[in-house]
Ligand binder design. Structure first.
Ligand code: ADP
Ligand code: NI
Length: 214
């Protein structure tokens, strides 16, 4: 099968598998990661075939929804590509990227060693920040039944430790800009990061309602 057909069939497979997901891994997330990864890959001289396949398959079976089993995603991705008779070296590379894509906490070093993996990881992270990233965070919080925000006891401390969605910005989203692997990714992240900061400033300014004038 030629490469264009492999890509088209893989996109269709991801679309039908992830359609209707409301946990932040829906098809449109994958579609954006695919497009952003292609954009970054072209500027970073990464292999476009591997990058696109890894982007399309990166959330095919997210470990959080498979009992914490990190091996399901890479296995499902590998089985899919093998069924399309994709060459073994590409299957191995894509599976490896899928297994290393997840955020493992601020300060945990990335195990993403190939240029292609770093590109896909950047594209995935970009979709967690900016306007879409904000929307995804609140959608995920609603899906989990979490409050938007819980004001903390100390003034100026926005992180409450209550699992509110605003906490997630301080635990993860505001760190992503500094974790970008590529120069292209960093430039894109800088702009989205600034927008998130503006959003948070407005959010806190509006939180207590409009003050009554005496
Ligand atoms: P990825 O697509 O990088 O695998 P995750 O699985 O970590 O991302 O999360 C999917 C989406 O849900 C992201 O936009 C992320 O910010 C959001 N999300 C994950 N955990 C939380 C949380 N505790 N609170 C709010 N949003 C979250
Ligand atoms: Ni993702």
């Amino acid at each position: 099968m030629d490469r264009d057909s492999v890509l088209a069939q893989t996109a269709e497979y991801a679309r039908t598998t992830l359609q209707g997901d409301v946990s932040g891994h829906d098809w449109w997330h994958v579609y954006r990661v695919w497009r952003s990864a292609l954009y970054i890959a072209r500027r970073e001289q990464a292999d476009l075939f591997v990058v696109q396949l890894a982007a399309l398959l990166h959330d095919i079976a997210d470990w959080k929804f498979h009992g914490g089993d990190h091996t399901v995603g890479p296995r499902v991705a590998g089985e899919w590509l093998t069924s399309l008779r994709v060459e073994e070296s590409v299957v191995a590379h894509v599976s490896d990227i899928v297994s290393h894509i997840s955020f493992r906490g601020a300060g945990v070093p990335s195990l993403m060693t190939s240029a292609e993996g770093r590109v896909v990881q950047d594209a995935d992270r970009l979709d967690a920040i900016g306007a879409v990233g904000i929307a995804r965070a609140f959608a995920y919080g609603g899906y989990k039944g979490r409050p938007l925000y819980t004001p903390a006891a100390a003034p100026g401390l926005h992180q409450s430790g209550s699992g509110a969605t605003i906490d997630h910005f301080y635990e993860k989203l505001l760190h992503l800009k500094d974790l970008m692997n590529t120069e292209t990714g960093k430039a894109l992240a800088t702009e989205r990061h600034a927008f998130m900061q503006q959003f948070l400033a407005r959010f806190f300014a509006e939180w207590d309602g409009v003050a009554t004038r005496q």
